[in-house]
Design a protein around this ligand. Structure first.
Ligand code: SF4
Ligand code: SF4
Length: 422
């Protein structure tokens, strides 16, 4: 980190002793997993910098934003419309956590057999380790899975900042109406806490900013379709993770700069691994930062990850919001419609997801799919079986969590799978 942020962390209320420990573990993991990669694009330097400052400069920026009376809104799901937060000049940050931290604390509130993502976001807060949670003015949850729904009730008792949006589980007309109503209510809530009114122009501008971010991520995704791939799956995953933390305009610019460089690499045939290296599409539960485990295993086993059918991945950027609206109400409808297209496993039925896995597999010229569900994540664990039955390409499913206990066992299984693709 470029400077000493101790005073800021103290002011926010972090547990300084534990926080120092966390940063040193993270920095070691980052060096081992990321900085040890060969032939990385120059453009990754910006993203390395963001990670090195993820609890530093970015936190200072949020702190400054709050002093300017801008509101910081934390979320856990790609279903929460970012456009509405940006329309009131708010800061939108993802709060999911991808490390086994504070689980003992979390298990005082939720059962042991709760998915790692839920235990991590609770554990980070309960251990005083998440500056983002501390800086939020509002934390937006959603009724996607039962685990989250119930955890948010507890999280509200702890933080007193929760606001929950009801996500329907089906996509019929009545569900669409319910969701549109939820989007309208969310707009009211955002206006209330920010003290600002969302106008047609503000909503248009915000929609454009979010769409530009999605377009940049789409561009990155398309570049991964080349063989040899110009970027590692680990690096692309990092960019997709940072999409939830960074300032959207700056982030878009940096992703586009990276893509310019990757296009040049493609022209020169400069890949991250030799042409013909087995190509893996990873599908399933989201990979919250710093969950790099599976990508590291795959890429250290002689394959390259070319895409993520995940919310930290294609589900976050696949659809744009239609910017062609002429009234605020029409804008809200377009936004609601765009988010309704997300194919989270919480929906029933969810045929779109199978179609999306198939088309992504083809687009990215993948050789095999690894379906990864977090342990105890019933929706994705269940869909893993369903997808296996409906596809005809090489497929393996795994269930794992954030611990390193199964690292060796997973590596053996992944290596065997990759061997079958050669
Ligand atoms: S997997 Fe479902 S619940 Fe999780 S972030 Fe994605 S849409 Fe939201
Ligand atoms: S990973 Fe699965 S169980 Fe965990 S919060 Fe997401 S949908 Fe729910």
């Amino acid at each position: 980190m470029s400077k000493d942020y101790t005073t800021l962390w103290k002011e926010i209320g972090l547990n300084l002793g534990k926080h120092d420990g966390l940063l040193s573990v993270l920095s070691d993991a980052y060096k081992n997993i990321y900085l040890s990669q060969k032939n990385r694009p120059e453009g990754m330097k910006y993203f390395d910098f963001v990670i090195s400052e993820v609890h530093g400069l970015r936190i200072e920026e949020l702190y400054e934003a709050k002093k300017e009376k801008r509101k910081v809104i934390g979320t856990f799901c790609v279903y929460v419309p970012e456009e509405l937060v940006l329309a009131v000049d708010g800061v939108f940050v993802g709060l999911c956590a991808g490390a086994e931290v504070g689980f003992e604390e979390a298990e005082k509130y939720v059962p042991r057999n709760t998915c790692a993502l839920i235990k991590a976001f609770m554990g980070f807060k309960l251990s005083g380790l998440c500056p983002y949670v501390e800086l939020t003015d509002l934390i937006v949850g959603e009724t996607t899975c039962d685990g989250k729904k119930k955890a948010y009730e507890i999280f509200d008792e702890i933080t007193r900042k929760m606001y929950v949006m009801e996500i329907p589980n089906m996509k019929n007309d009545s569900d669409r109406k319910l969701w549109l109503e939820e989007v309208r209510k969310f707009k009211d809530k955002i206006e209330e806490i920010s003290g600002k009114e969302i106008t047609l122009n503000l909503l248009k501008k915000a929609t454009e900013i979010v769409n530009q971010k999605r377009l940049a991520l789409q561009r990155l995704s398309k570049l991964r379709a080349y063989d040899p791939s110009p970027i590692s799956g680990l690096d692309a995953l990092l960019v997709n993770q940072i999409a939830f933390y960074d300032d959207p305009v700056r982030f878009t610019m940096k992703v586009n700069e990276l893509c310019d460089e990757l296009e040049e690499r493609v022209r020169k045939g400069n890949g991250i691994a030799p042409k013909g290296t087995p190509r893996i599409l990873i599908s399933g539960s989201p990979f919250a930062i710093p969950n790099w485990k599976l990508h590291a295993i795959v890429e250290n086993s002689g394959a390259v990850v070319v895409g993520e059918e995940s919310c930290v991945g294609s589900r976050n950027f696949r659809e744009l919001t239609d910017e062609n609206f002429n009234s605020l109400e029409e804008g809200l409808e377009k936004i609601a419609m765009r988010y309704m297209g997300i194919d989270c496993a919480c929906f029933t039925p969810n045929k779109e997801r199978i179609d999306n896995v198939k088309s992504l597999f083809k687009e990215l010229k993948a050789d095999g799919v690894i379906h990864c569900a977090l342990q105890f994540c019933t929706p994705y664990m269940m869909e893993a079986f369903k997808i296996e039955k409906k596809i005809d390409f090489p497929y393996m499913r795994i269930e794992t969590d954030y611990s390193m206990e199964d690292f060796g066992q997973l590596k053996t299984r992944v290596e065997a799978f990759i061997e079958t693709l050669r």
